[in-house]
Design a protein around this ligand. Structure first.
Ligand SMILES: [Zn+2]
Ligand SMILES: [Zn+2]
Length: 419
């Protein structure tokens, strides 16, 4: 156990180097014999707490690699490294701490958790990261028999693929179906039903635990709904989940809007079993008045509530699976983007019906924009000419009556110039 403030000279140097962000030098110091990675400064802060608070991501990585204790709680006011990460506002560092096993329900000397501290200082992105985080250990609880159970609720082999779905931030149901299809273990109605039940149990726990986590509860419920849908498709049909993907992607004839997907997501939200939860009421209030096909979509409202992602710009997200950073544009209409050829191929059966229409729309828009630009530049020319005329006139007047520049400097508009 380190004593607060009892630092070797190299340890003092390490604390200084952390603030500068010089990872190489920190790495060298960590190799010194008289440096303990979990040493404590006079306030009980570890090097990791310092790095988190200063927002030095690489430094945090380095310290964790060297065995920094992410749950050290020797700080004089009970702050943990996760709390400092939340205060820094760096989501990546917050995630690093969580991934290294940081406890989320520890409170500091004023009784606040890391999420509450982050919220208190307005670092809402970090709050989202903390509230969305669900450790593998918490899921593994369900893959061990509890109490009198002979078998666990979740077969251990399903924990990995299910955890991957839970940790995803892309809530597009098409993407979630892809994740199910990716793993043969999940591609069975019985396995999916087990996963679905575990999701509902976790949802219930999130609501009933002392510090209610509405965000995670909603996410678990939503995942449960999607898995349930997959299970029922697998039971009824023999085309695996192709039929479900098609239904989710199918656009209506008029504008290609995926009506089934919208209705499905709305239904998932409505089926949330705890009616008096504030988040549910907010979601319903945002979605209910929107006519199907208009913005915001249920997916964007849900995504914003759960992941905190705002500004759902179509251009950046794959039209099929909703992954961020999609760049492959449909070469005909140039109005939709995809991750890759596979995503485009998936969407073509329905996109082909509106592609031409979209192309015409775009060409019309471009033509109008060009016309507008032309008009604008004409007007600018006109204005420039008028201004030049006025200046010219001004000069002439000044010259003819010999007034001082200060007196004649008023007329700028043509009216005044005529007086
Ligand atoms: Zn995609
Ligand atoms: Zn197209």
């Amino acid at each position: 156990m380190s004593v607060k403030g009892d630092l070797s000279s190299s340890e003092k140097q390490l604390f200084n180097v952390i603030s500068t962000g010089n990872v190489q030098e920190a790495s060298r110091l960590l190799g010194c014999k008289d440096v303990r990675v979990n040493c404590l400064d006079e306030y009980g802060m570890t090097p990791l707490m310092h790095a988190a608070y200063k927002g030095k991501t690489d430094m945090c990585k380095l310290l964790l690699q060297h065995g920094a204790d992410v749950n050290c709680n020797e700080h004089e006011h009970g702050y943990t490294a996760l709390m400092f990460a939340g205060l820094s506002g760096k989501t990546e560092i917050t995630w690093l701490m969580l991934d290294a096993g940081a406890e989320t329900d520890v409170v500091n000397s004023v009784g606040r958790t890391a999420a509450q501290m982050a919220a208190f200082v307005g670092q809402h992105d970090c709050v989202t990261v903390i509230n969305n985080y669900f450790s593998r250990a918490r899921l593994d609880y369900y893959s061990k028999p509890q109490g009198l159970e002979k078998e666990p609720k979740l077969p251990p082999k399903l924990a990995g693929p299910l955890h991957k779905i839970i940790m995803g931030t892309n809530l597009n149901p098409v993407k979630m179906v892809m994740l199910v299809e990716e793993n043969p273990l999940l591609l069975e109605a019985e396995a999916l039903d087990k996963c679905r039940r575990v999701m509902e149990l976790i949802c219930e726990k999130c609501i009933k635990q002392q510090e209610m986590n509405e965000v995670l509860a909603m996410k678990m419920h939503y995942i449960s709904c999607v898995l349930g849908k997959c299970a029922s498709f697998l039971k009824d049909r023999d085309d695996k989940l192709d039929g479900l993907t098609k239904s989710l992607l199918k656009g209506r004839d008029s504008d290609g809007f995926p009506v089934y997907q919208e209705k499905f997501i709305r239904e998932c939200i409505r089926k949330f079993p705890y009616c008096d939860v504030t988040l549910l009421q907010q979601l319903v209030r945002s979605i209910a008045p929107v006519e199907i096909g208009n913005d915001p979509t249920a997916l964007s409202v849900l995504t914003q509530a759960i992941t905190g992602q705002v500004g759902f710009i179509d251009a950046e997200f794959c039209t099929s699976c909703g992954e961020k950073g999609a760049q492959k544009r449909c070469s005909a209409c140039k109005m939709v983007v995809y991750c890759d050829k596979a995503c485009q191929k998936l969407h073509w059966f329905t996109h082909k019906k509106v592609c031409k229409k979209l192309q015409e729309q775009r060409e019309k828009q471009e033509a109008e924009a060009a016309k507008l630009r032309m008009q604008q530049s004409n007007e600018e020319d006109k204005e420039a000419n008028e201004a030049a005329d006025a200046t010219q006139k001004l000069k002439l007047e000044t010259n003819s009556n010999g007034n001082s520049a200060a007196e004649t400097a008023k007329p700028v508009s043509s009216e005044d110039a005529d007086n």
